[in-house]
Ligand binder design. Structure first.
Ligand code: AP5
Length: 215
């Protein structure tokens, strides 16, 4: 069993690769972005509170996301956890270490998905997601099937995110470089960091991640 973090800027391909790992290894994907969007869709007080923050591209407070992750870790995962979009601050990284230790679990690796900023704009503005199963598509690189139905679940519910525009992406990138990129040094110093070229084709990225997990 492995518990890993996928670390990278918005649009690096974390969600795409996490879904592959769920399928191929039976791991459990914990995406704080998905959890926050679910809270928004449910109309909960917390969901209402974070909606504008997310639309602007800023980070939600540590206490909210740590609370969400705490609940999910407590449920356990036989195949291991993939932390997707968490941690994003040094405070969250310390909290994750503590939560795993409390559960008698360890962190087995941190995969950095490196992608140039230039490629991220095209990836983010072309993205759509299946409302039925969460499968990720892209207008150019992975378009919706011609029959309009998701190839994974058959749903025709195409979703586009409110923060997937150039303006919010600028803020999301600034947040990433200011608050999240220091985690690269944090995990490098612990000997946990593996870097993968996220600009490659999806299959090549998946192969490099698999190799990093074997190592
Ligand atoms: P979140 O949902 O985590 O978004 P993000 O980190 O900005 O990452 P994305 O989901 O946008 O990108 P991704 O790396 O998963 O890329 P994907 O695989 O979809 O967070 C959203 C917001 O929630 C944050 O801004 C913040 O407000 C809040 N939040 C969440 N977590 C938080 C936390 N821990 N603390 C505080 N706030 C938090 O791929 C993108 C596109 O590229 C797709 O169309 C895909 O098909 C395509 N693609 C993927 N791989 C490739 C490839 N190799 N080649 C070509 N195209 C590719």
């Amino acid at each position: 069993m492995s518990n890993i973090i996928l670390l990278g800027p918005p649009g690096a391909g974390k969600g795409t690769q996490a879904r592959q790992l769920v399928e191929s290894r039976g791991m459990v994907q914990l995406s704080t972005g998905d959890m926050l969007r679910e809270a928004q869709a449910s109309g909960s007080e917390m969901g209402k509170k974070v909606a504008e923050v997310i639309a602007r591209g800023e980070l939600v407070t540590d206490d909210i996301v740590i609370g969400l992750i705490r609940e999910k870790i407590a449920e356990g995962a036989e195949g291991g956890f993939i932390f997707d979009g968490f941690p994003r601050t040094l405070g969250q990284a310390d909290a994750l270490g503590d939560l795993l230790a409390e559960m008698g679990l360890s962190l087995d690796g941190v995969i950095e998905m490196a992608v140039d900023d230039g490629a991220l704009v095209a990836r983010i503005t072309g993205r759509s997601t299946c409302g039925g199963c969460g499968e990720v598509y892209h207008d150019q690189t992975k378009p919706w099937p011609a029959d309009g139905k998701c190839s994974n679940c058959g749903s025709s519910d195409v979703k586009r995110r409110a923060d997937d525009n150039e303006e919010s992406l600028k803020t999301r990138l600034m947040e990433y470089y200011k608050k999240t990129s220091p985690l690269l040094g944090y995990y490098y110093a612990k000997g946990d960091l593996h870097s993968v070229d996220g600009l490659q084709a999806m299959e090549a990225v998946a192969a490099d991640i698999a190799a990093a997990l074997e190592a």
